[in-house]
Ligand binder design. Structure first.
Ligand code: DGY
Length: 413
């Protein structure tokens, strides 16, 4: 636990680097070099950080920027290039935005701001509702009824072992490398820290990165919005949990009974995906027969909308026991018994501040307040000791990826 003087100075440090990362027309980039543009779920977390720092105008502006380029039926892109950069336009097939989304954390951010007494403008609440409606009503569903994601990047958990079944070589390797490379003109690819990942258990980050380029080409659009895919469709329990949770959160603010009903329906489908044998929720779709069962932390996010006590208790044990996901400096993103576990790997096992934050919310929601507060302390130590890295080793706090990363401010405020 940080002492009060350290807490104050780290809070001020967060304010400093967040302010350094502030960009026109009013948002925080995740990192000045590696991630210079607006990323959707990052910005939603940044809005919470700004509000807790007492900078309410910036919190609202962050959400306004994140939702400003919404599609005709509510789709919200995960990346916006506000600086006019057009080098990725042909890759995405879009005008200075990406053509995929990320978890709709804006529903939770708005609810959290409202709980803090921030006056959230109606038009933002309406945009957020439309964003959720796009996912709930227009996105293709998998066989079990989960909302499909059309690209692994949509989950936010880019290199998670949950996608390993899709990590297959095919005949198109060279063909897909070319358009992807065309979109990127710097030595360090700012779409993600691909260099930070290394090969463990046969995982090859460079090949996986090329596969993800191919998957963008497979997306099926309707009125420019991504609704389905010819090549990748997964009912990610992590993504669905965040949709349901954020829809519940927003419905609470607006008393929208239809949105609440839709959230309940997704939560009911999620309940059917819990496996006592595998001790996790399992994904549906392209990976269902294999990597859908790998024990990752994000796959426990359905606990945010779970009501069955025996399931909640099982998950709480996994979140709090050292041989399971709990590390000294936060939660490991992959269970240490998994062959793919890499303690400092990019979405292969390191601790992430935004996941620690969400599981703090989940532990509080399920009445495990003491564990929630221990997790927040562990995560804030990890953030501070890793010099505010994008992610860190849950046992040593050695930092990985970019730094300082704006969302590492989450546990400090
Ligand atoms: C990403 O790379 O997807 C992140 O959201 C940036 O932090």
């Amino acid at each position: 636990m940080l002492n009060p003087a350290d807490q104050h100075s780290t809070r001020e440090e967060v304010r400093r680097f967040m302010a350094d990362h502030w960009r026109e027309p009013g948002f925080t980039c995740p990192n000045a070099t590696t991630y210079p543009w607006l990323w959707l779920w990052d910005s939603c977390f940044h809005a919470i950080v700004w509000a807790r720092l007492g900078e309410r105008d910036r919190a609202i502006s962050e959400l306004r920027s994140a939702l400003s380029r919404q599609g005709p039926n509510g789709f919200v892109a995960h990346l916006v290039y506000f600086d006019g950069f057009d080098g990725h336009d042909s890759f995405w097939g879009a005008d200075r935005t990406s053509s995929i989304t990320q978890p709709p954390i804006y529903g939770h951010s708005i609810a959290e701001l409202v709980r803090m007494g921030v006056d959230v403008p109606d038009e933002l609440v309406e945009s957020a509702t439309r964003g959720l409606q796009f996912l709930l009503e227009r996105r293709v569903r998998t066989g079990s009824g989960l909302i499909g994601i059309v690209h692994p990047w949509e989950s936010g958990c880019d290199n998670s072992p949950r996608w390993d079944d899709l990590f297959v070589d095919n005949d198109h390797g060279t063909a897909t490398e070319e358009p992807y490379a065309r979109g990127i003109d710097s030595a360090v690819d700012p779409l993600e820290s691909v260099d930070a990942a290394k090969a463990v258990d046969g995982f090859d980050p460079q090949r996986w990165y090329r596969r993800k380029g191919e998957m963008v080409e497979s997306i099926i659009r309707d009125e420019g919005e991504p609704v389905d895919s010819k090549g990748f469709l997964v009912g990610s329990v992590a993504f669905n949990a965040l949709v349901a949770f954020c829809a519940f959160e927003l419905a609470e603010v607006t008393a929208d009974s239809e949105l609440k009903k839709q959230a309940q329906e997704v939560a009911a489908v999620l309940a059917t995906r819990w496996s006592g044998d595998y001790r996790t929720w399992t994904d549906d779709g392209a990976t269902a027969a294999g990597s859908a069962r790998v024990r990752t932390l994000e796959a426990l996010l359905p606990v945010l909308v779970e009501g069955r006590p025996h399931v909640v208790d099982e998950v709480a044990a996994q979140l709090t026991e050292a041989g399971e996901f709990a590390g000294r400096y936060g939660l490991r993103q992959v269970h240490p018994c998994e062959p793919s576990f890499d303690p400092l790997g990019y979405w292969r096992g390191a601790s992430w501040p935004q996941l620690n934050y969400l599981f703090g919310v989940a532990l509080d929601r399920t009445g495990h307040h003491e564990h929630a507060s221990l997790l927040r302390s562990a995560s804030s130590l990890g953030a501070a000791r890793s010099c505010f890295s994008e992610y860190w080793d849950a046992d040593s706090a050695v930092g990985g990826g970019a730094g300082p990363q704006s969302w590492s401010g989450l546990p400090m405020v």
